[in-house]
Design a protein around this ligand. Sequence first.
Ligand SMILES: [Zn+2]
Length: 376
Amino acid sequence: MAVRYELIKTCKQTGARLGKLHTPHGTIDTPVFMPVGTQATVKTMSPEELKAMGAGIILSNTYHLFLRPGHEIVREAGGLHGFMNWDRAILTDSGGFQVFSLSNLRKITEEGVSFRSHLNGEKLFIGPEEATHIQNALGADIFMAFDECAPYPAEYDYVQKSMERTTRWAERCLKAHTRPNEQALFGIVQGGMYHDLRAQSARDLVSMDFPGYAIGGLSVGEPFSLMYEVLESTVPLLPTGKPRYLMGVGSPDALIDGAIRGIDMFDCVLPTRIARNGTCMTSQGRLVIRNAKYARDFTPLDPNCDCYTCKNYTRAYIRHLVKSEETFGIRLTTYHNLHFLVKLMENVRQAIAEDRLQDFRDQFFAQYGLGEDRSF
Ligand SMILES: [Zn+2]
């Protein structure tokens, strides 16, 4: 088996899990946040910088790489690891989410999804076999079953049909997978906000014995409280010996509260996307560096942060760069935001190890509301 999860301990205060994910490209301590490199690059960051901040696994998007440069070129380059010169672990998503959110004129059938490329309008088709074939060529350590992520809100009947089809697609992905010793295929639990559908999806996927399970279809516009309710009913149905991955979640508060609910892996474009507008994650909440009050602020973005950006540059300078649309400005904010989440998860793991994650959460939230805003 390509990937193996080792449960080290659970936090006595919260039930959060401390673990290790053994992959062909290194062992990752969990819970972990995975930076997103959509186009086989985490925007503006070099692999060396990602390593320096402690990132052990990054995510890349199948849909984008399928359209450009094409998975066969990536295969010829030695897979994503060789292509982008990253020798640590990689996870690819199935392309399903992007096919539904980015492409035009989609038509879903039992076979798969016909769509037009958002780049040039070309007519294309991806089904479970194609998604698996493409991801086998990309060669990530972990890849995802092709799924439909139902929108929120959605009617029960629609979500049920979509979830059941996603389960049948997962079975076809397993059959089409040609590299099980090198790449781990994770199943994705769907079922919207309906607890019984989530339970059915989890049961059916667990019976197929995937090496790991993702929870998809959350963080799609529903309130956090509803997401946590779904996690609380779904996570206990997943096997304790396998990793659990909550897709598309990356705000600092949700990482802590997700870990408390038994999640081991997270990914989100949030830290990198907001960095490009000059919005920073800090221990006191959101900081919008463009604001005039930082024009003469010669302190770091976050006085509690020891990242490259905060050790070397001031708010005033970063504000100037971002307002002048200098690339170096968004490199600095991106570095800081990613480092902030990587460090946050290090602290979460330390707190689990010492059975004090609830205390850590209380301290974190006491400070986190002090800044401009705690939401992103
Ligand atoms: Zn920093």
